[in-house]
Design a protein around this ligand. Structure first.
Ligand code: SAM
Ligand code: SF4
Length: 458
């Protein structure tokens, strides 16, 4: 695989296994200065087994997350637009030869799903699709339809997409349609395993085509890229380190790393027994370590957590460095609004079924600020421009102000009375901590919201 030196990864992990508690302590002290870690340092943190050091890793990750992003957690929902797929990924319910009931949404279906999501309070959507012949034209029709929906005062602010890795011309069309992040998970960076779990199919059987998709997206001007490993396909230490090697290659080639890293953990999928068979399942403790070490290794990259995880695990890892979460998600095309769609299969089992209102309440209870903000994307603070703000710590205040604005809008329009009460208490606490100039800006925005304005941001 391009950019991935498997031999070097094995050497780093072997050397890291011999590192001491003191080595780990020095690395954690460096991480507290919000400095990016080397691959060797990251390998040490992935390898230590001393319980106190592991606890120190968690504490440091929590510190770094707060120092860079503040307490905001951005909320989004996936929208699956088709479960037809011509690829043969052995772990996914949508794999081509799996005998499940499938659905390709019509544009009207997509509009109805958008209204359903907007009416629950969502503002950011991740479009998700299998790979099918209608390809990029269908993605673009879907994006246009979603951006075109109005539900009262509300509209979708940002659409990210996780779809087939297309050609540069098609990426140009996606960019013109207004996508935010293009997400593409390498699934595993271990070449032999990659080839085993993607034995055939239209595009996905070639690991280099998938890696090169990142370069094609950059070539088309899409500079917010989301990468990820599907944890459970191969050894989690190897794959985490390999993904960070890919990040280094992106930084060298494009001057900027990924905007986000996702941490999907393998789940059972309808009609597929891969989950039961894999020897590489990741334990809860190891999963926490992955999130915390990623936060320390690439402090300026967003980390995305999905509803694949159980509520207790979600609540535990959010404070270890997660900056974006999905909430009240459905992995079935049409699943948000189609009461008769039970026969249609989802992509995999989700485990956190709490409503958006409940999730907002949980975050508030943990002193996090639920955020529905898309200001950076609208103000073209993407790619290197975003990183230039994130690195000196300037993004934190801006994020907190925008998070508080969007939270107030949510509380006014969608929250239950109890969540509204606790939400306003949280707003008051954070408002008082802001610098005077930001307090004035916030007051102005709040007055506008009280007068009926929506979609305010700085
Ligand atoms: N079809 C496109 C692709 O594979 O790149 C885009 C979307 S795919 C529907 C989104 C992601 O779901 C995949 O990249 C994979 O990591 C994840 N996924 C597939 N099967 C899964 C399973 N059984 N459990 C958890 N995540 C899974
Ligand atoms: Fe298709 Fe993506 Fe599922 Fe693979 S993971 S079968 S490409 S939907």
């Amino acid at each position: 695989m391009h950019y991935i030196d498997e031999q070097k990864i094995h050497e780093l992990l072997t050397a890291a296994a011999a590192s001491s508690v003191e080595d780990a302590g020095r690395i954690l002290a460096k991480a507290r200065t919000l400095t990016r870690l080397t691959l060797a340092e990251t390998a040490t943190l992935l390898s230590v087994r001393n319980p106190q050091t592991i606890n120190d890793i968690y504490q440091t990750a929590s510190f770094v997350k707060d120092a860079i992003y503040g307490r905001r957690v951005v909320m989004f929902a996936p929208m699956y637009i088709t479960s037809f797929c011509s690829n043969r990924c052995v772990y996914c319910a949508f794999t081509a030869d799996n005998n499940i009931t499938r659905r390709h949404l019509s544009i009207d279906d997509i509009r109805r799903e958008t209204v359903g999501l907007l009416n629950s309070g969502h503002k950011r959507i991740l479009v998700v699709a299998g790979e099918e012949p209608s390809g990029v034209d269908f993605y673009i029709e879907a994006i246009k339809a979603i951006y075109g929906v109005r539900a009262g005062n509300n509209a979708v602010k940002r659409i990210n997409i996780n779809c087939a890795p297309v050609a540069v011309d098609d990426f140009l069309k996606l960019k013109a349609a207004g996508i935010g992040t293009f997400q593409i998970f390498q699934e595993t960076y271990h070449e032999q395993t990659y080839r085993q779990v993607h034995p055939a199919g239209t595009s996905k059987h070639d690991p280099d085509n998938r890696l090169d998709a990142v370069d094609r997206a950059f070539a088309a001007g899409i500079d917010d890229i989301g990468v990820g490993v599907l944890y459970g396909l191969y050894d989690w230490r190897f794959d985490t380190l390999a993904m960070l090697m890919h990040v280094e290659a992106m930084e060298q080639r494009h001057g900027v790393g990924p905007h986000t890293i996702s941490v999907p953990r393998l789940e059972p999928a309808a009609g597929i027994d891969f989950f039961e068979k894999t020897p590489y399942k990741v334990s809860d403790e190891d999963f926490k370590r992955i999130v915390a070490v990623l936060r320390l290794s690439v402090p300026y990259t967003g980390i995305i957590l999905s509803t694949r995880e159980e509520p207790a695990m979600r609540d535990a890892v959010i404070n270890l460095g997660v900056s974006q979460i999905s909430a009240a998600s459905c992995t079935t095309p049409g699943g948000y609004t189609d009461a008769d769609g039970d026969a249609v299969a989802g992509q995999f089992k989700t485990s956190d079924h709490r409503s958006l209102n409940e999730m907002v309440s949980v975050l508030i209870g943990h002193n996090n600020i639920p955020s529905f903000c898309a200001a950076c994307y609208r103000k073209e603070r993407t790619g290197a421009a975003f990183m230039a703000l994130a690195k000196p710590g300037a993004i934190k205040t801006m994020c907190n102000v925008n998070a508080l604005i969007t939270l107030k809008e949510y509380l006014e329009d969608f929250a239950s009375p109890e969540v509204r009460r606790t939400g306003y208490e949280l707003i008051r606490r954070y408002q008082n901590d802001l610098p005077p100039e930001e307090q004035r800006i916030l007051e102005k925005m709040f007055t506008a919201i009280d007068a009926g304005a929506r979609d305010q941001y700085v």
